[in-house]
Design a protein around this ligand. Structure first.
Ligand code: GDG
Length: 461
């Protein structure tokens, strides 16, 4: 395998026990990179008063990282701005939250050019370059403009929006056309890939040929479906590690015989947390017989706290959990434990394992790794039940979960009732099928699929 250069916005090298704030992308890439002798290039997360392009190399847990610092204006316009206030909401179908500012778009272009300038000298002739996610869509074009002839692939971790929504983005055409600088463009699901192909054929006049090859003018790219997985072996081991066993025991004691329902999500409006709380409230109203017998533990570490819509959702959830607890709690029972902090990975695995129900209800999600982690952490002899939004990319693979519409409080309420009453034989049957998928289609499978497509790109295109 050629040397792999993985590029993503943030580089978060793995720590000993797994960082408490590593996002899905970071967790997956560090697992995947260990297999190749490659490097991981991106932003350090730190600020510098003046951009110099100097690179900081480091090695952690077998992964070589190369990071750069960005100026405050870069962070404001590129990261908080175009990436998180324009593209993220729009690509999650929240055009109501999307902000369209020319300054953001300018910062996005500038930072992508800076990434290209600093990355280019690290690239040698045979390297495969793999660019990740919506922060860096134009990076391939920037590299080509600087003479890079390597195979370059792009993977989108989030959904691709329907054409009619994408049309609301100023300069949508210019942005999408930059994707034709790549050899391979990967998506989490067929649905997101199909939306992309639909945009390209209807808006750009591109032609879809055999083998997922999409031609537009001089360019041809392969648009592939390549769902991401977790490091399943590692996560299964984590779920019976010392920190997991300790937490499992602590949770069992603190649950005092009550069934725990767990939610674990970055505090993000795409994750459907207000709707989830409403669904749980509905369940409490519908099932007074289960009062004092269940509780919901919602872990929601804050995320993107500089962006106003994230501050608003945080305030809304505090009010909503307070309201539900106020309405239903007793001296001995708190129906929602709402926790605004992250836990180390091993501890998290123990929490998943102690929960009878995993409640994963995003309104829209590229994939959702929490759903897969919940499955991997279960006790095979007595597994819990996964309730999963049909609008998470993971639903395409995890069909034996209880699939629900996350906008429907009744759906959530009914599914909670069904999950809590599900006989063990049925739980084992569903979990076995789900676990098969989580094992077979893990993060290494994802990595190999993408890299194989990228290696083969020049022959087909
Ligand atoms: C993006 C896409 C796609 C969360 N709380 C804690 C913690 N986490 C970890 C989880 C999981 C990760 O964060 C979240 O991953 P998701 O996939 O659920 O979501 P995003 O962060 O939005 O990721 C998503 C993903 O990229 C990969 O392609 O699946 O659709 O939006 O790994 O465990 N980890 C620890 N403590 C916490 O409290 N240690």
């Amino acid at each position: 395998m050629s040397r792999l250069i993985v590029v993503s916005n943030r580089v978060q090298p793995p720590s000993e026990e797994g960082g408490s704030n590593q996002g899905g992308l970071a967790v997956a890439l560090s697992a995947g990179l260990r297999e190749s002798a490659g490097i991981w290039f991106g932003w350090s997360g730190d600020e510098t008063s003046e951009f110099t392009g100097s690179i900081n190399f480091a090695k952690a847990q077998g992964v070589t990282t190369a990071t750069i610092d960005l100026e405050p204006q870069d962070i404001e316009e590129y990261y908080n701005g175009y990436a998180n206030r324009t593209l993220w909401p729009l690509f999650h179908y929240r055009v109501d939250l999307a902000e369209f500012e020319r300054g953001f778009a300018g910062g996005y272009e500038r930072v992508n050019a800076r990434f290209a300038d600093t990355l280019l000298p690290l690239i040698t002739a045979e390297d495969l370059i793999w660019i990740n996610d919506y922060h860096l869509i134009p990076l391939g074009r920037e590299l080509r403009a600087r003479g890079c002839a390597n195979r370059i692939g792009f993977f989108l971790h989030i959904p691709w929006p329907p054409t009619q929504l994408l049309l609301s983005l100023p300069s949508h055409r210019e942005l999408v056309e930059t994707l034709f600088a790549y050899d391979v463009v990967g998506f989490q699901t067929e649905a997101w890939r199909d939306s992309f192909v639909e945009y390209c054929t209807t808006q750009l006049g591109a032609q879809l040929g055999e083998d997922d090859v999409l031609r537009h003018g001089e360019h041809a790219i392969r648009a592939i479906v390549c769902p991401i997985g977790i490091d399943t072996t590692e996560f299964v081991a984590a779920s019976t590690s010392e920190p997991a066993l300790k937490m499992h025991e602590a949770m069992t004691v603190s649950a005092a015989g009550r069934a725990m329902i767990v939610g674990v999500d970055r505090l993000d409006y795409s994750k459907g947390l207000p709707e989830r709380f409403l669904g749980y409230e509905r369940f409490l109203s519908a099932r007074p017989d289960l009062h004092e017998k269940v509780f919901l533990l919602q872990i929601a570490p804050p995320s993107r706290a500089d962006v106003q819509s994230y501050q608003e959702i945080r305030a809304g959830l505090e009010a909503s959990s307070g309201h539900i607890n106020g309405a239903f709690a007793s001296a001995e029972w708190v129906p929602i434990r709402y926790v605004n902090k992250g836990y180390p990975r091993g501890v998290l695995a123990g929490i998943y394992r102690a929960a009878k129900v995993g409640l994963v209800t995003p309104l829209r999600d590229g994939m959702n790794l929490v759903a897969k982690e919940y499955i991997a952490a279960q006790d095979p002899e007595d597994p819990g039940v996964l309730i999963l939004s049909e609008f998470a990319g993971a639903a395409a693979q995890l069909q034996e979960a209880l699939l629900i519409n996350p906008y429907s409080a009744e759906d959530i309420s009914d599914a909670l009732g069904e999950a809590l009453a599900m006989p063990k034989t049925e739980r084992v049957r569903r979990w076995t099928a789900l676990m098969q998928n989580v094992r077979d289609e893990d993060v290494m499978w994802w990595l190999r699929n993408f890299v194989t497509a990228l290696e083969g790109a020049k022959e087909t295109v």
